[in-house]
Design a protein around this ligand. Structure first.
Ligand code: ZN
Ligand code: ZN
Length: 192
């Protein structure tokens, strides 16, 4: 006869599951939490706790303490595509198409602004290939970063700062602004 595994009913999904599907909780009489791991996972991803935890780790690792608002957390959670190559992405840690936060102006740089407007979702690989390049220079050198994607990138960036939908003319002005800024920086700090 098979050894009977001790089971417990989850308080949230009301499904009876083996104890291994619950986390240990010393304060509880039976030593396990009342919410199964699956329910815990679901709730965390719904309320943004998972994203917040990732951001906290990121801040810790990059040593640039900051505060992310719900807006940027939502932006990251709802991202389905990479802003730089337009390819599909997911939230699976370690996956080739995993989307990560990119600091448009790299953290620690001359404008290492760890602020909301500076954060977009992109593939880990695109984040790596962008490196410390100014975003305009990255657009100029990356084949995947098409004119259409650049237009959309600038539009969204302007929209975040202006707090309204920019006109086509405004977008063109912002594009020129990025180009000028990149050119200025090449004078100040020419490539190594
Ligand atoms: Zn459950
Ligand atoms: Zn990409």
């Amino acid at each position: 006869m098979e050894k009977t595994e001790i089971k417990k009913v989850c308080k949230f999904c009301h499904i009876e599951k083996p104890l291994s599907q619950f986390e240990m909780e010393r304060r509880n009489r039976d030593g396990y939490t009342g919410r199964c791991k699956l329910c815990r996972c679901k709730m965390r991803s719904q309320n943004g706790e998972y994203e917040r935890e990732k951001f906290r780790k990121h801040e810790y690792k990059s040593n640039t303490p900051s505060h992310y608002t719900d807006e940027v957390i939502q932006r990251m959670m709802s991202a389905t595509h990479c802003v730089y190559c337009g390819g599909e992405g997911n939230r699976i840690s370690g996956d080739a198409n995993e989307l990560v936060m990119d600091h448009i102006y790299y953290a620690g740089g001359y404008a290492g602004k760890n602020i909301d407007d500076n954060i977009v979702a992109c593939h880990r690989s695109c984040n790596t290939s962008k490196g410390r390049l100014h975003v305009y220079d990255y657009y100029q050198t990356s084949e995947k970063f098409t004119d259409e994607l650049w237009h959309e990138f600038v539009k969204q960036f302007a929209r975040r700062l202006l707090k309204y939908d920019p006109s086509e003319q405004e977008i063109e002005t912002w594009k020129q602004g990025f180009a000028d800024e990149a050119a200025d920086l090449r004078v100040v700090s020419p490539a190594d």
